[in-house]
Design a protein around this ligand. Sequence first.
Ligand code: F6R
Length: 260
Amino acid sequence: MEIVILPDSETIGRITANAIEELIARKPGSVLGLATGSSPLSVYDELARRYREEGLSFASARAFALDEYVGLPVGHTESYREVINREFTNKVDIPAENVSCPDGTEGNIAASGEVYEKSIQAAGGVDLQILGIGSNGHIGFNEPGSSLSSRTRVKTLLAQTRQDNARFFDNLDDVPRHVVTQGLGTIMEARHIVLIACGIGKAQAVRAFAEGPVSAFCPASVLQMHPHVTVLTDEEAASSLQLSSYYRETYANKPTWQSI
Ligand code: F6R
């Protein structure tokens, strides 16, 4: 796991966009794994800018969202399908039919996980997965206690996660209790994983998943078992890391030909 401590979210956005641009140059039909929430916004802004100003094209790319709320009406502004479209995919030239989200509509829930797994497989798997991290260590919506080998399925959100996400809704009662989320086993099949963490509220989760034991209690810790994970943090999110000077030294001396 490579941990890179950076000054701000704009720099994180630029470095992640560089990796995505290189990937698309190498493989135009790349499969991107997209997270919602605040963490990846600087990446999406930078990719949209490169599309507008530099001709970076996503015309042959595929994208899979990590998760979706259960029970929100189709077209609800806070459904993750709408959020992903609004924050990223509508701003670039990726065809709408190339963007997939788990189906969170109530009638389709029982089959939703398996259908989603099959469509990721049919696309050849995820080449680069962007992740945020919850303050409790969740990735996707794999809350503490999630099986480390779980597949896409319905999960119940912790009260803390609903509280964290209440900022996007009129009030806490409107935040759904259930989600369909890629499992930890599903996420672990992505070829490269870039986890972004910013702000002091993520400091304990970053310390726990990167330097603590691998445990279902901190779901992101499963990433320690993945061969290619890049963690991009700002100073605040890195502030509890024990080996921060080593991570800084490693990045400062990284060969120039080597990307993240
Ligand atoms: C979003 C997701 C979540 C978020 C996490 C952090 O699709 O799966 O794991 O990445 O809750 O959210 P932010 O980035 O808003 O702090």
